[in-house]
Write a protein that binds this ligand. Structure first.
Ligand SMILES: CCC1=C(C)/C(=C/C2=NC(=C\c3[nH]c(/C=C4\NC(=O)[C@H](C)[C@H]4CC)c(C)c3CCC(=O)O)/C(CCC(=O)O)=C2C)NC1=O
Length: 169
């Protein structure tokens, strides 16, 4: 698992090079956004359960078939599994946000997910929709808390949805 700093150092070390102007720029941008990353993560941590609940409610309003007989989130057990997955996505998104690097998402979340979702018939489109809904809620709450973090917040959520979609589950 890497963060913005270790991955940069790894790259330069591989080439046996000193950190150049580009490296300094990217380090600078990581550190100047550091406080915003931490503050945004704190807002999410303090509201995680409510964010997941609200996103779930909205998702099932948007796509009610999911919780009807034959839907993948039908039955209490599967409904709970779906919300638990949403909670995973939210928690790991905060790790990636703080790290300034998406590596943790590849390693801990996305690896093997395709096979699992495939074998259980968990539909990807609605999962992606659920992640997007969480992104919107998070952005609203973080902005309401007065944290300037605009595009930083998009990164982990967009990465998850892009990778999930591209992996063609
Ligand atoms: C931290 C990394 C991590 C992830 C991401 C993860 C996902 C994950 N989701 C699962 C199941 C599931 N995931 C869902 C999710 C949904 N169904 C829907 O219709 C919705 C679209 C969606 C919610 C948004 C459901 C319903 C199940 C249970 C399916 C079943 O058992 O039939 C399973 C199978 C095992 C289990 O039920 O616990 C895994 C491993 N586990 C992990 O350890």
């Amino acid at each position: 698992m890497r963060d913005a700093v270790t991955s940069l150092i790894d790259n330069y070390d591989l080439k046996g090079r000193y950190l150049d102007r580009d490296a300094m720029d990217s380090l600078k941008s990581y550190f100047t956004t550091g406080m915003a990353r931490i503050q945004a993560a704190a807002v999410i941590n303090g509201n995680a359960a409510a964010i997941v609940r609200q996103a779930g409610t909205q998702l099932f309003e948007d796509i009610p078939e999911l919780i009807r007989p034959g839907g993948n989130a039908y039955t209490t057990r599967r409904y709970a599994a779906c919300l638990r997955d949403m909670d995973y996505y939210l928690r790991y998104a905060t790790y990636a946000l703080v790290a300034g690097n998406m590596d943790v998402l590849d390693e801990r979340v996305l690896q093997g997910l395709r096979e699992t979702y495939n074998s259980l018939g968990v539909p990807v489109g609605p999962t992606v929709r659920g992640i997007q809904i969480m992104k919107d809620i998070v952005k609203e709450q973080v902005a309401a808390a007065g944290v300037e973090s605009s595009s930083l917040l998009d990164q982990p959520f967009d990465y998850l949805t892009r990778e999930l979609s591209e992996r063609d589950i």
